[in-house]
Design a protein around this ligand. Sequence first.
Ligand SMILES: Cn1cnc(CC=O)c1
Ligand SMILES: [Ca+2]
Ligand SMILES: [Ca+2]
Ligand SMILES: [Cu+2]
Length: 728
Amino acid sequence: FSSTLYPSKGRYMASVFSDLTPREIESVHSFLVEQEHLKLVSVEDTFGKNSIFTMELHMPKKRHILNFLDKNGAKPVREARVVIFFGDQPTPNVTEYIVGPLPHPYYYKPYTLRGNKTIRYEARPMSYKEIRNIQQRLVEVTREFDHILLETMGYSFHNCSDRCLTYTDNSPRGVKSGERRSWLALQKNLDGFFLQLTGFEILLNHQSKNPQEWTVEKIWLNGQYFDSVEELVRKYDRNEVTRLKLPHDAESDIFATYIPRGEYKVRSDIPGPKVCEPQGKRYRVLGNYVEYTGWSFAFRSSTSSGLHFFDIKYNDERIAYELSLQEAISFYSGVTPGALQTKYMDSGWGMGSSNYELAKGIDCPETATYQDMYHLYDTDKPIRYKNSLCIFEMPTGIPLRRHYDSDFNGGFNFYAGLENHVLVVRTISTVYNYDYIWDFVFYQNGVVEVKVSATGYIYATFFTPDGIHYGNRVQQHIIGNLHTHLIHYKVDLDVAGAENSFQTLSLRYENISNPWSPGDYIVQSRLVHTQRSTEKQASFRFGLPLPRHLIFQNPNKKNKWGHPRSYRIQYNSHADSVLPRGWKEEPSISWSRYSLAVSRYRDAETRSSNIFLQCDPWDPSVYFENFLRNNEDIVNKDLVAWVTVGFLHVPHAEDIPNTATPGNSVGFFLRPYNFFDEDPSTASRSTVIVKPAKKDFSEVKIQRWTPTLTGQCVSDVSFHYNGTYLPD
Ligand SMILES: Cn1cnc(CC=O)c1
Ligand SMILES: [Ca+2]
Ligand SMILES: [Ca+2]
Ligand SMILES: [Cu+2]
């Protein structure tokens, strides 16, 4: 069966990968709430009770899915994986359950992580309830030093109307497993508050289930530490603290906003170019199934980690079973306690569900197909994130291939070119200050590009002179702290079948006698193929150069020229490790030891990270290193490539107001390498060939296989945007 010939069948097949529907989420929720002994209450009820935090599709086993896709087998049962916070227990904990079958569940069973490990209650991600309680507690604990806040910057938590404070917290929350104490940096609650630092940071212990018992353990003010509010007030009132005076005027706060200003010559009063589809769409989106020229694939958006692709086929032939985002981290350095403490692991901050409305014409072209997503994350009902995923075709503005064939006499023999059209699937996760633009790009020549671009606000800290060793001063009172972004992807390539081998290619110099000039020598490079037979041989640590080419192949399937049919992974990344191996929090990101690790496919090794590692990185419930520890044989086996990309970010003046995307994109390509017999884009009908029709070049003959452009290019619908993501 060819899914491209029968798209509705393609859609049915892809539905095995589709996210939970709102109805499925609701039925799982009601079913669990009916289980009285679970004592589940609403997430809005008293803090520290039992409640459902999140749920998402529990992916069936690969072999069951392949049996369905490839062998006409039964469609696997749909199940949900549900995270429940059990605060109301003698030993509070977090437990995951598998609930099924959907859409009418009647069973639930615990789902255990690494070695049946219990997930500590303190490992849970922050809930909105806890965030609101922190805000409330801050109002209470700052009451006694309100006069200091007012004197310093005229902002406070009390009767503040348009001069209120807010805060940014960081993670991990403590220094060892079982702790829950966070440094909270106070900021002016203005547009761009991430940059409105005030010089106050407060360490709040919020481990107790009773927010009234949450205590201030330390205060940092402009370089000085205090053990209590009482000590701060006493010393301040006795003039033993250097008094800080921040500007009080609104004009000086504009720097953190998008309001046009300044005299740089970037102004133009006419709108810029747009993407246009003069004769309609060349791709088809049916639910979570997409077809585009030779491509077809299924996608979903995991509530915990973001975009996942499955069953990626080119010309009806599978290239990858799965291509999925696993984790995004940013680890910081600095001198304020917040900077010293910040090691963000964004799936622990709801990265997968933080996909908000995309603005047509800015975030994606107006022509894009927009889809809603539904997530249940710290709510009692599924929330619709409208227009939060977009799919569009665009010209890249650079040819896919072209040649001008000169006659070296002022004329030409022919010109030929092929426009480079690609299909892009995009979501954007806004994880507090940062916006990550996730792109998966499908080219006409069998290439897939995976790319993340970082934008949004930097995480910054209050300027003190010693901070300059950890970043640049970017405003009067702000340091942009150095940090490294690392992103982890799972790439389950199935190249010409699931049984693959992994080979690397390097070059070595050889010095040989010149065959046509006796006594002369030639130095040149020679290919060195290295078969990597075990997981250890196929794991490449940061710090050591990656081999030149990384090739996944089926040695038993050859192309017309006798080469094993292969795909290459090619990096576009400037990543490095962020902590020494084994250091405290490092085992929770053990995947970040490797730019590339290749493991044998195992059903149990679905994910390299999870939402619990952020708050308990010291006793990780997933330990990626274990995927490699058994050092399995990887010759002619189902292989998975684990790819880490990233970059060092030393924020500079131009990161104000926001980090801009140019230069801040990293990723990798999946490129055919002897997979085909020639470039498959030769089948494209967009090729244009021009030849001289007369010897004197006074006429040319143009060959094309598509009509010359006609049709309307610009939509008559004016820009609109809504921006909410509220329950329906
Ligand atoms: C609060 N938070 C968590 N992750 C981020 C993005 C990276 O800096 C912010
Ligand atoms: Ca293994
Ligand atoms: Ca594989
Ligand atoms: Cu950054």
